[in-house]
Design a protein around this ligand. Structure first.
Ligand code: CTP
Ligand code: MG
Length: 451
């Protein structure tokens, strides 16, 4: 049963009848052309993705048209035929076309507000090995045709919109959330939107879903959610979902079931106000950030690198006793690594704890190294106070980014980040306001941390 709230949400996210009619007639026209063109190359066209199975959301007009080619076709031919077919389909549709590059090139055509990807792939049967990265998609389409009944498609839409609303829709590396296909499989498994949320609310890692019962014993996937792909038992459909977002999904499901609201689907996204920023300052923690020019790479490459860089810097801050407690990475034209710390300035000395006095050889080493600082004994161990290298967070960060690019990379900063980090600007406390004010999307991400 759908609640009033869910009906209201659907009325906003479900394609309108007119929109659906336009989609259907455009797809029909496209399929006629695709069939004709494909024949010349021994290919079979099939619609995949959400517009192929009527689980798409209003105003998203991406059509995936796959051209399935025989498995024994050489790789160069797959690419050549794929592009030729794409071009011919575009021509017969009187549409503009462009070539896009993923694992292999494909064609995109734009017409009447539709955005069609024409993707060649190899034919495969369930459990066969993939030969190109996208070969499973036609099987996904066929699998869901069998298992996802018409009356559950609105439930899929609700789950997608719910995931979108809480910020975890998409299996790209920036989002690290749920793919559309995963939402569809969860609805198949649990039989409805509310039913799925009820089960999700009970999840504890590791959650394991094997719709087709492929495995007798649980295979060793390491991710918190494992959904065995019904067409390929060695693939986890939920591999992209981060632990953080796994938890966010569970907590949001619990909250929604306790007090359902349309706000889960359509959150108010207000940029951070100056008042809010001042409340942050009143925490009396230390907010510090490195801001630099965005390297010229796509989000999917950039975000894992930003996260790795932040992790390295956090480790460094921890080692130097600045006690980091929060971090955010973000990029559009600029990139930012933001940290919140407990300590800002530290004493001139630093206490180092040495080995137990009973362990003679290690004690000797320790004493030799720190002799001039006069070690003493505390609770049966050697301790010593030494002059501290970094007394302020600024000195630590400035020193770090003054390293050569090569040195930074040796220290674990990824290749696209290191050269930009070298020219980073350091912002602290109140200085962050102008960046926050000018980058409202970042301010929304940051605000989310303190709700
Ligand atoms: N796909 C996949 N795994 C992913 C992403 C995509 O297997 N992590 C495949 C699925 O077969 C999916 C198809 O690629 O159906 C198209 O992907 P996409 O357009 O990203 O998702 P849709 O399912 O079309 O969902 P929507 O467009 O509504 O977000
Ligand atoms: Mg799609």
């Amino acid at each position: 049963m759908m609640s009033a709230i869910e009906k209201k949400v659907l009325s906003k996210i479900k394609p309108t009848p007119d929109e659906k009619r336009r989609m259907e007639s455009f797809k029909e026209e496209l399929m006629k052309v695709a069939e004709k063109v494909s024949k010349r190359y021994g290919a079979k066209p099939i619609f995949t993705g959400s517009t192929g199975r009527n689980t798409w959301l209003r105003n998203s007009h991406d059509i995936d048209l796959f051209l399935v080619l025989p498995r024994n076709l050489p790789r160069e031919k797959l690419e050549e035929y794929g592009l030729k077919m794409g071009r011919q389909i575009a021509k017969e549709m009187h549409a503009k076309c462009q070539i896009k590059y993923a694992e292999h090139p494909y064609t995109r055509i734009l017409k009447k507000g539709f955005d069609v990807d024409i993707v060649p792939c190899y034919s495969m049967k369930p459990e066969q090995k993939i030969k190109s990265a996208v070969d499973r998609s036609p099987l996904h389409a066929r699998y869901l045709k069998k298992t996802l009944p018409e009356e559950l498609k609105d439930d899929v839409r609700l789950l997608k919109a719910f995931a979108k609303g809480i910020g975890i829709y998409g299996s790209d590396t920036k989002t690290e959330g749920l793919s559309g296909y995963l939402c569809e499989l969860l609805i198949v498994r649990y039989g409805g939107f509310r039913e799925a949320l009820k089960e999700i609310a009970k999840w504890k890692p590791q959650v394991y879903i094997d719709l087709e019962g492929y495995w007798e014993r649980r295979p060793s996937f390491k991710e918190p959610l494992v959904v065995v792909d019904p067409v390929d038992s060695n693939r986890n459909v939920a591999a992209a979902l981060s632990t953080k977002n796994f938890v966010k999904l569970i907590e949001s499901a619990k909250e929604y079931l306790n007090s359902p609201s349309i706000r889960f689907f359509f959150p108010r996204k207000m940029p951070m106000s100056y008042i809010f920023f001042n409340r942050l300052l009143k925490r009396k923690t230390v907010m510090v950030a490195l801001v630099f020019k965005r390297p010229d790479v796509i989000d999917d490459v950039l975000y894992p690198q930003l996260r790795r860089a932040a992790k390295r810097l956090r480790g460094l801050m921890q080692d130097e006793e600045f006690r980091p407690i929060n971090e955010v990475v973000w990029a559009n034209g600029k990139a930012i690594l933001f940290f919140e710390l407990e300590e800002d300035r530290l004493p001139n000395i630093r206490k180092r704890i040495g080995p137990p006095v009973k362990i003679i050889n290690r004690s000797q080493e320790f004493l030799k190294k720190y002799k001039k600082y006069k070690p003493r004994i505390e609770n049966g161990r050697w301790v010593v106070e030494v002059p501290r290298k970094y007394k302020t967070i600024e000195s630590l960060l400035r020193d770090f980014i003054s390293h050569s690019v090569k040195k930074m990379m040796d220290l674990g900063i990824p290749n696209y980040i290191a050269p930009k980090l070298k020219r980073a600007q350091l912002l602290k406390g109140r200085q962050l306001w102008s960046f926050i004010k000018e980058n409202s999307d970042f301010s929304i991400v940051l605000k989310d941390l303190y709700k």
